[in-house]
Design a protein around this ligand. Structure first.
Ligand code: AMP
Ligand code: MN
Ligand code: MN
Length: 333
């Protein structure tokens, strides 16, 4: 019996991307600011692929990575830009990065004429770079990097598989979000066959919370509100709350899910005050509203069911402005 195999949806761009990766010898790996499990997992998976092709690679980050991803193989080889000598890379792989602005300070290490290979799954990605594999139907960038590894005949070590599994697990919210597909489960099963220990990933990446995170959750739930028609809900996190809980910015990750999880709610919103007093907005929807379009109206982007943007404060005005657009989107949905 022939077994069903997940196929890449864009075979031509897969070939373009894999051919480019065979070319360069000294690669910079870059991902988006405040990297999540998919960003870090796909960066390190690309590192494993490049290493197995005998290439040099450098994974540069602007800020320390969240400690919960400390189990990822080679995560300790991510280099903080503040500890790196200035130089310009000519070969760059960008993963999970919807646009080049999201490289942030790492951009200073990219030569003006650099060849950028763009592997991403954000609907709003403009397909920058010399080779772009952008597939918004992929649940995670790690799903695309899986296809790249296959195309390059890379051996799936437990280390590579663990990086790929991390991105797939986290971007699908533990195989629960609307982006979860047959391909996702098929690839995940294959990665388990390559040696992933699923609970060793799920426990640190999804399950476990610090006490400080729990404290922040208590404070955020205390301000959770739902619209009069019950169709959208919002919560917020101020600097004072983060400080009061002894939490970090990363501890805010995932709180938006509580707003969306209310049964009547279609759109969940989270407003987070940043250190520079601008407001980071996270938008999540269930079935009907394309939140990436709302985020784009505010200069952000993302996916149909999960998107983000950063707007000017103060908090109350930001909440009003975004809520207004959410109401319009809901009335059209
Ligand atoms: P977040 O709310 O930050 O968890 O983001 C939800 C999704 O939208 C993630 O896939 C992000 O990568 C993406 N996203 C968030 N902010 C932006 C932005 N400013 N531009 C493009 N994509 C974004
Ligand atoms: Mn991401
Ligand atoms: Mn992603």
């Amino acid at each position: 019996m022939k077994t069903w195999e997940p196929a890449p949806r864009e075979p031509e761009s897969l070939t373009l991307v894999s051919d480019r990766l065979k070319d360069g010898d000294d690669w910079l790996i870059v991902t988006h600011e405040r990297p999540d499990g998919d960003a870090i997992g796909s960066s390190l998976a690309v590192a494993h692929i490049l290493a197995s092709l005998g290439k040099k690679w450098t994974f540069l980050i602007a800020e320390p990575l969240p400690v919960r991803f400390g189990y990822l193989p080679m995560v300790d080889r991510a280099q903080l830009i503040s500890r790196c000598d200035a130089r310009q890379y000519r070969h760059v792989v960008a993963v999970d990065c919807a646009d080049m602005q999201r490289f942030q300070e790492v951009a200073a290490f990219i030569a003006g004429d650099a060849e950028i290979v763009n592997i991403d799954h954000h609907r709003t990605n403009p397909r920058y770079g010399v080779a772009a594999m952008v597939d918004d139907l992929a649940a995670a960038t790690c799903e695309l990097v899986y296809h790249v590894a296959k195309a390059l005949s890379v051996v799936f070590s437990p280390e590579l598989a663990t990086c790929l599994y991390t991105g797939i697990l986290t971007d699908t919210g533990g195989f629960a979000q609307p982006n979860t597909t047959r391909e996702v489960h098929q690839i995940a099963a294959e990665l388990l066959g390559s040696g992933v220990q699923p609970y060793d990933v799920a426990e640190p990446a999804l399950e476990s919370r610090t006490w400080e995170q729990m404290h922040l959750l208590q404070m955020a739930l205390a301000n959770l509100t739902v619209s009069s028609d019950g169709r959208y809900a919002a919560l917020y996190v101020t600097r004072g709350m983060i400080e009061g809980a002894g939490a970090t910015d990363d501890d805010v990750e995932g709180l938006v899910g509580f707003a969306r999880s209310i049964d009547t709610v279609e759109v969940g919103l989270l407003f987070r005050e940043l250190a520079d007093s601008r407001i980071k907005v996270s938008l999540r929807s269930k079935r009907r509203v394309d939140v990436s379009k709302i985020a784009q109206q505010f200069g952000g982007g993302g996916h149909t069911r999960a998107a983000g943007c950063t707007v000017n404060g103060p908090l109350g005005e930001a909440m009003d402005a975004v809520s207004e657009q959410v109401e319009i989107a809901l009335s059209e949905a």
